[in-house]
Design a protein around this ligand. Sequence first.
Ligand SMILES: NC(=O)c1ccc[n+]([C@@H]2O[C@H](COP(=O)([O-])OP(=O)(O)OC[C@H]3O[C@@H](n4cnc5c(N)ncnc54)[C@H](OP(=O)(O)O)[C@@H]3O)[C@@H](O)[C@H]2O)c1
Length: 319
Amino acid sequence: MSRLGLGLAAVGRPGYITLGRSNDLPAERTPAALSARATELLDTARTGGVRYFDVARSYGRAEEFLARWLEERRVPRQTATVGSKWGYRYTAGWAVKAPVHEEKELSLDRFTSQLAETRALLGDWLDLYQIHSATLESGCLDDESLLRALLRGRGEGAYRAVGLTLSGATSAATLERALEVRVDGERVFDVVQATFNCLEPSLAPSLARAHDAGLGVIVKEVFANGRLTDANERPEDAPLLARLRAVASGISLDRLALAFALTHPFVDVALSGAATTTQLASHLAALELSLDETTRRALRAVAEPPERYWATRSRLRWT
Ligand SMILES: NC(=O)c1ccc[n+]([C@@H]2O[C@H](COP(=O)([O-])OP(=O)(O)OC[C@H]3O[C@@H](n4cnc5c(N)ncnc54)[C@H](OP(=O)(O)O)[C@@H]3O)[C@@H](O)[C@H]2O)c1
């Protein structure tokens, strides 16, 4: 299984938070145009050996775009693994500028209704079903009826694995709790998906523990939504980019960022959120890269306090 996966958050809907969308997406972000872009990315990924594909109910029509591609390309069942997420409902109505783009509810009702919607699109392709951005304060990790339903879905073959994704500066505490969750002695979670990059590496110890406990570890936002790329034009990030270029010795920053994530043995899959096939080709090329200890140390030194990282992320505009 390639250690690179492909996530469709940036191309499943017209609006999202990555930095260069006005340059990188089709001028007209119609469903047909974004479906075509998703198909190009999926074809390039598959040719490049990628086998894990990540979507969500809230990524607009990403599940539909993926389902159509699997069908049209007659992808053999054992050559692709599909993960989706429940919890957020897409509320932007295919608009780039919407008052609210997604609304979250981590309840048994939301799980039940969204599982039916996801299965209606992906059917038996659904391998991994993840709680979308689980938090302690949502109560989902202490909701016994919900946890039983997650296990029942796995037991009945609605999906093969139960997962959770994490967001925010409190992710470590949520993950520690998730590792303990049992129903009648049976562990609930098989996979954790979490943000991990050289700006926000704070989850490394918890993810290593999860990996040692037998959970699959998927890392997301490896490029910090575009901040760790040469296309980043945020004035506030100029000092950061200068430091990264000083250690990059000519390697493109996106490849440096991905190679950093892949130097960590607990990472099973790192997600590319590429919006173009050129970006994806660059990410695929990073799989060949290995970073020496001097470069790794220099990249560890750019880490931000998690609170600052997540505050910056929360201010990224939906475009
Ligand atoms: N809570 C959750 O569960 C959650 C949250 C976030 C993401 N995810 C998953 O993780 C995946 C990746 O996350 P993400 O897309 O938010 O973040 P990301 O992978 O860190 O950033 C991807 C973006 O960075 C920019 N980029 C990457 N390589 C580039 C290059 N070589 N040159 C120029 N720009 C480049 C592109 O944005 P532009 O083209 O727009 O510049 C691209 O869309 C998602 O698709 C989703 O599957 C899950």
